[in-house]
Design a protein around this ligand. Sequence first.
Ligand code: AMP
Ligand code: MG
Length: 485
Amino acid sequence: NMKLDELKLEVDYFKFEDSLYQKLQATPLKNPKLVSFNPKACDLINLDYDECKTEDFTNFLNGTKVLNGSVPYSMVYAGHQFGYFVPQLGDGRAINLGSINGWHLQTKGSGLTKYSRQGDGRAVLRSSIREYIMSEAMHALGIPTTRALAIIDSDSFAHREWEQESCAIVLRISSSWVRIGTFEYFARTKNAVENLSKLADYVIEQSYPHLKNEESKYEKMFYEMADRSAELLALWQVYGFQHGVMNTDNFSMAGLTIDYGPFAFMDYFEKNSICNHTDMEGRYAYNNQPYVARWNLFVLINALKKICDIEKLENHMRSYIVKHKKYYFELMSKRVGLEASKDKDANLHLILELLGALEASKMDYNVFFYRLTNLKSFDDLSSILDIAVFQEPLKKWFESYKKVCNEQNSSFEERFEIMKKVNPKYVIKNYMLQEAIENAHEGDYSMVDDLLQIAQNPFDAHPNFERFANPTPMKYANIKLSCSS
Ligand code: AMP
Ligand code: MG
């Protein structure tokens, strides 16, 4: 692995018209200090772990040390926010540094850019810790996502809602930072056809390289991106992940979870759950997410109309929900230990019934599946029923479950083998993050590393954090979060 000074960054964005980005320098934070670094992400860019403990590394995140080959820039994009078109957004507080091994480095919270609008260009420690831990937790569950390499805190402060909060910077890395909103912006430029084609070629190069020499490559890029999104949304739904702000500017062209804000892994199951407290109408409610993704994909179709045969794209979307549901039910079958291929109808009914029972019993969603994995007999359901607020709906569901298991000749051992791979002991919930954040505000960052360990190894035992494998205490469960970050 390499020293910081041996890393060589490549910048590939300046082939676009210069009105589509801004070259700039970061505005440094006061007294930057390392909170945590992520060895797994260091491996991705071949960075020596010891380098992360140096002052140089902290300065690198803070923008005062620029790596070889790096030319910092911010990108412009547009987007539909809560359904309304905003013609110009952009990296309002993120600065791109260039790429290594196909990983594009970006610092979030690096100060004002041309695209900051009314914002201050900063990210507070609270939301930076949330993104840092959560993106690694998602990755460990096999959910496509941007990653995070390190985080610094500082003695600079930003005003959020009622308080001054300390400013932080997360170094995020991703195979791509292009969003649907990037296409929306490019579609409205003077040389739209040329700009859109270049952008589509760029996305293909980054995320769909096998399409490079294909005929109708832009249409095919859309098909694959839509299919990835259908699968991504299935994974979110399967694990009870709520993004919170699925605006088109927060929707990745590479099929990744991107731009972590007021997200949540839901605590107890609630299909209409809304985690973003500014989302009054529930546009981004849990059960709405797959349909919002479809809506976003239609916005993309509209942005692509100058370079694609729109009718083909629209036709492709006819099967979007079917694909999404198929993948969702396959994964959910596994979460209850059944083979997706066996009796599809029976599994489907069982899962729909389970969702109703979980909601009616006010059961902690992911803890349910972990306890189900370790269930040894239908005669003793206490490990599950004891943590339900209401037991009857689940008791009834277990009768159906037992019947389906018998019909499919499925044993506890067989189901355990299936479930242990998909039902983690730990899912990072907001109350856990809150605890790490409160400690960090007191100057103790150790729990950020602890949570990183749990996030990256969710199927393992973490003896010091046994309590986090239990249901979320009710007073902290399904709380709405603020968008201000
Ligand atoms: P979000 O919904 O958080 O992804 O933000 C929407 C837009 O606002 C993006 O273009 C962000 O870059 C920008 N933005 C969010 N917070 C800030 C901030 N504190 N300062 C500047 N721009 C911001
Ligand atoms: Mg965003």
